[in-house]
Write a protein that binds this ligand. Sequence first.
Ligand code: DMJ
Length: 614
Amino acid sequence: MLMRKVSGFVPASPWGLRLPQKFVFLLFLSGLVTLCFGALFLLPHSSRLKRLFLVPRTQQPGVEVMAEITGHQPAQEQESPPNPAPAAPAPGENNPRSQAGPRRRKGWLRRTGPTVHRNEVQGEDTFDFNAFRSRLRHPVLGTRTDESKETQSLVRAQREKIKEMMQFSWQNYLRYAMGRNELRPLTKDGYDGNIFGGLTGATIIDSLDTLYLMELNEEFQEAKTWVKESFHLNVSGEASLFEVNIRYIGGLLSAFYLTGEEVFRVKAIKLGEKLLPAFNTPTGIPKGIVNFKSGSWGWATAGSSSVLAEFGSLHLEFLHLTQLSGNQVFAEKVRNIRKFLKNIDKPFGLYPNFLSPVSGNWVQHHVSVGGLGDSFYEYLIKSWLMSAKTDMEAKTMYYEALEAIETYLVNVSPEGLTYIAEWRGGILDHKMGHLACFSGGMISLGAEDAKEENRAHYRELAAQITRTCHESYARSDTKLGPEAFWFNSGREAMATQLSESYYILRPEVVESYMYLWRQTHDPIYREWGWEVVMALEKYCRTEAGFSGLEDVYSVTPTYDNRQQSFFLAETLKYLYLLFSEDDVLSLEDWVFNTEAHPLPVNHLDSLAKTRNYQ
Ligand code: DMJ
């Protein structure tokens, strides 16, 4: 008002600017706005700003940390899909940071994990976690029936005992070897070995899903924190493609599918990428060893042959890597292996254990359902199951292989024990390795989808092989089984020399008990499983963890001083599941990789199945 009265002053705007001044100011303002938007959308590393401005912040613990590392968009709270399947709470969900996320829903604490809208690892739409959880047929950890019943209380006590064994194994690892690959319980220190290429924490990654399953919440959080803060991928050693895949990739994938925590998904994909150089061969059959080069691509070492069980046990994990990353390269690699094996000539329909990745020829005619061959067969039937029974190729290859195995390798001993021998160019070794004892479970798992006329037969074959494997335990002094056992007259299902009398906490026998229990509910499998628990307690438990034994035929234990990571991943998990209800990690929803890491069955509609899972 005062200014209006001053002579010569012409008010030009409510801000008191003249027209030219206003023009210059507007010009400046629009320039500034353009610059800000440019920075927000176009400049690299702008994800954080984008999050601040464009995406509602989430309470998902840990996601922001990973977002900073990877540039990945953080998890968002999603509206629950209509009529969602009940999902189990993730351990640690009661921590204050996560309370805003999960909502109670008819007695179930529903985990509202992240939906992967835009996958910045590969930059395309991929995976909807909430939708995935809603498609599961059963709550991940089961419906928890009334355990106050008398019959349940014994089973519950047995399960609690196994949980205590897991806690004991974990706590000793934590105390004496945290971050190392495995615990040495006698010397109370860590062991790294040379198969993981400098990667560390194998026991941690292998334990994640077992800790989750047993609801060892505090321990799960310890493991997760280590993965977030200390699991580094910029290593440069030589690694076994197979071992890294089944333990690390499998463990991380399972941990992601169980919890929805981005850190597991992102690290699984990054590690998967580090394995890809192994496939740079003339045939696409990968070499067994990959050399990680720090922070960049490595190269595969020279080597004359690749092992069937190794290159044949990538399919499950690699399909999931594609599923979670949107990157087709993983699926292409394993589809190529499948195609190669489908088309190659097979002596008598059998798959020899060694193949040259250069020439594409079998290197020797040694066939085994134990070590060197085992999990290739396992992955065929599990590919079929994981594809929600759409992967016909895997199904056909599995049943054809099983038929050949039965024709040429399966035998019955004079004492009536059924076993799977090994084949060397037509000559049989009448022995089974402990590793081959997984086959009882595999054959049981596959029995239901065999031709009608074969189903009962396969169920019986599975039961007989499992009985034989039990005999290898029952005939030892410790009630634990040897690494290999023979069927020589007068001494069946026993090792013949000290060098094959050791037990390194392997899972295959209890793995078969678990599958046979789920199929038959015959109480004998729980009885046999409990015998193993008692034997482990008596002979393998030491002051600072569980140890393998040098000789199962001696009741004075000589320890091997190793608590293998697969003891926590597999042996204790399968034992726990043996004493759990069938809907805990239901076989309708999950397949276990060969390191016992649960991977989900693809329940997508048939169109999506065809596109993503075959
Ligand atoms: C595990 O690492 C896996 O089960 C693999 O398939 C075979 N060997 C060990 C356990 O014995």
